[in-house]
Design a protein around this ligand. Sequence first.
Ligand code: SF4
Length: 474
Amino acid sequence: MVRAAATPALAAPVPLHFVARRPAGALPALGDAMRRHGRLIRGVQWAIVLVYAVLVVLPAFLPLPDDAARILDHLGLFAQFLFWGIWWPFVLLSMVLLGRVWCGVFCPEGALSEAVSRHGRGRGIPRWMRWGGWPAVAFVITTIYGQLVSVYQYPQAALLVLGGSTVAAVLVGAWVGRGKRVWCRHLCPVGGVFGLLARLAPLHFQVDRARWEARTGGITRLPNCAPLIDIRRMESASACHMCGRCSGQRDAVTLIARVPGSEIVRHGANTASGWDTALLLFGLIGVAMGAFHWGASPGFVALRVALADWAVERGWWWLLADNAPWWLLTHYPQNQDVFVWLDGVLIVAYILATGLAVGAALYGLCLAAARALGRPGAQHHLALAYVPLGGCGAFLGLSMTTVTMLRHEGLAVPWVDGTRALLLAGAALWGLWLAWHSSAVHSQSRTRRALATGLIAIGSGLVVAGWSALFFWW
Ligand code: SF4
């Protein structure tokens, strides 16, 4: 049997002898089992909703832990470790390893939004909500706001940020869509980042268009794809929540393994958008770096001292006042942790400036690489070569909380520096592999491809230097 040479755009079924067999094995069977056991998955989701609600809400009403408190004897510390030490860093990692299984099987926000939407008003999705820039804008705003209120340290701030996001997801579910996850598809502040990372995953639900259109059998009743994907045309794992509901559809949808990152090489030229590039280069790399940098940067400290002196000389005392509410700027006098207005202004400016500088430098290099290939417009495809470094930087930045909390517990955390260096080097090399192979889609000239890959390598060097400053030099 041979696979059909091209996808037939015909209404008539393709003769069966032109269509490849549906892959078999453990992974396809697992995908099919996910479809059959949808109720079990929903049960897991509701259990997580319960645990999540308790751990987000309760700690906000407890006294803050003192220095003697430990993770296992203080609910607030336990929740802090679970959310910021385990959940966020390892959810990011899971995107790279498993695709968006977290979204489809475990995420409490998505589960709530979908459940409410089943009984909500069921309105159509307004045009403004479909704007492609929301994931980037929401990510930047949430990241900066989280720093202003110290979301990683204080449960009140965590309730505000995580709880606020959950309430927004529920309200969107109550308003638009019918049993859908419109929030996840268009507005979730981390949905765009998850979509970028999932393109690296070695697992995905593959759709065989030829089999689909050959109508060879399988399940024909359409599943409820909550993130609103046109399953028949799905090429990218970016938006797929890996819920398994469509596994076996028309005998054409199958959970299978693939070479990690191969989606970026094969489909990146068609699927990468300008908003993906903006989110990746300016947001996930630039803004995230600024958010983790400012607290350790000697430049930030020097600038703060200079500006404080400058404000005193001019009598601008309001800049040094600490009367901002805790939901706007960190305000915990009992912990000697209070931001003045100048801190707020500086943090926002520092993060945005870092995001703009890093993003512009990387985008400039992508543009130059596209020109080197003789393919203006290829910059968005080439920019995806930075996905591994983007994910790695965010993972390492988030796992700083994990390491700090474990050390506070008195646990030795060996090999941290070595592991960080190894992960950064591995992500940079992976990115270069992606750049080299992606460039082949645009040019057959090895010289041009080497030049383009070299330009991407300069950007990788900049990103690695940025994270190295935080982990090894400051
Ligand atoms: S395409 Fe939709 S239904 Fe199929 S696994 Fe992905 S999210 Fe689920």
